[in-house]
Design a protein around this ligand. Structure first.
Ligand SMILES: [Zn+2]
Length: 300
């Protein structure tokens, strides 16, 4: 089938649609605001449709890939649960496919980002890697033998919601003491204090040597390293790719992460540790992966 494959990343705050070349380069994008979790699901359908229309600009669309911040079933048909979106137990793919008259495929946003890294980014050279995205929250995906590990129900990789502090902080997912509460953009802003509104401002201050901002990044890095130690023990990846907005802090984040990982992993001193690398596809990774997913599902 000829025509355009559009990738659309549906995150907690924004919808990013895009046209992506066969080489994974972003050709054009369209941005919309995401209606909140308690909005009418139809409002999110409309925002996504409007972004798709802008990208298509009247051209024929062959397929759409959706990258969704939530738990998506293995068949890619249904959003089971999302902490941020109004789609809950929602047959999203069928409904939007009917509305648009094109095939729609869907996967979790970090799964899509891992596909992008595997095909076009820092994962190209590696068969076994973990992707950790430190954005507003903390997401993960696992690639083994060059294949994404989706789990029996398509829900693997929710590393951010492993409990690291018994009776710890309440998490937006409904559990307590999740790693995400200590190693994420939200945690960074909370730790840095009230003079910062977002992760970027903390990172900028840390780069200028602000001690409080540096301390906040070190704490997030340490928790990330502790979390990674468990994952490295379980999966033994060759590399860990670190993406998401907080990864812009580079070594200010990776150095404390590396240190805590080396200290906390089982068999420390008697095993190879994975290299920690920055992910390469950047903020549009989910969108790029979703476009590629659409293309690969319909072109055989
Ligand atoms: Zn949680």
């Amino acid at each position: 089938m000829t025509g355009l494959h559009v990738g659309i990343d549906i995150g907690g705050t924004k919808v990013l649609a895009g046209e992506v070349s066969d080489e994974g380069k972003v050709v054009r994008t369209a941005l919309r605001r995401t209606p909140g979790r308690h909005a009418d699901p139809q409002a999110l359908d409309d925002a996504v449709t409007s972004a798709l229309d802008e990208i298509a600009g009247g051209r024929a669309v062959a397929g759409v890939g959706l990258s969704v911040a939530g738990l998506v079933d293995r068949s890619g048909q249904r959003v089971r649960f999302s902490t941020h979106l109004p789609w809950q137990e929602d047959d999203t793919s069928d409904r939007l496919s009917l509305r648009w008259g094109v095939p729609v495929v869907m996967a979790n946003d970090v799964t899509c980002a891992a596909l992008a890294e595997l095909r076009f980014g820092a994962g190209r050279a590696h068969e076994d890697f973990l992707l950790i995205t430190v954005g507003t929250g903390l997401g993960g995906a696992l690639v083994q033998g060059g294949r994404l590990m989706l789990g029996a129900n398509g829900m693997a990789g929710e590393f951010g919601h492993t409990r690291v502090v018994p009776d710890g902080r309440d998490c937006e997912c409904g559990l307590r003491g999740c790693l995400e509460e200590y190693a994420s953009g939200n945690a960074l802003v909370r730790l840095a204090g009230p003079s910062y509104d977002d992760g970027q401002s903390v990172t900028a201050a840390a780069s200028d040597g602000d001690p409080l901002a540096l301390q906040a990044l070190a704490s997030v890095g340490e928790w990330l390293g502790v979390g990674l130690a468990g994952l490295v023990g379980a999966f033994d990846p060759a590399v860990v790719l670190v993406g998401g907005g907080v990864a812009d802090a580079g070594e200010l984040l990776l150095k404390p992460t590396r240190r805590a990982l080396a200290r906390s992993v089982v068999g420390a001193g008697h095993r190879e540790l994975p290299e920690l690398l920055l992910a390469e596809c950047g903020p549009p990774a989910g969108m790029i992966g979703a476009a590629h997913l659409s293309l690969s599902r319909t072109r055989h």
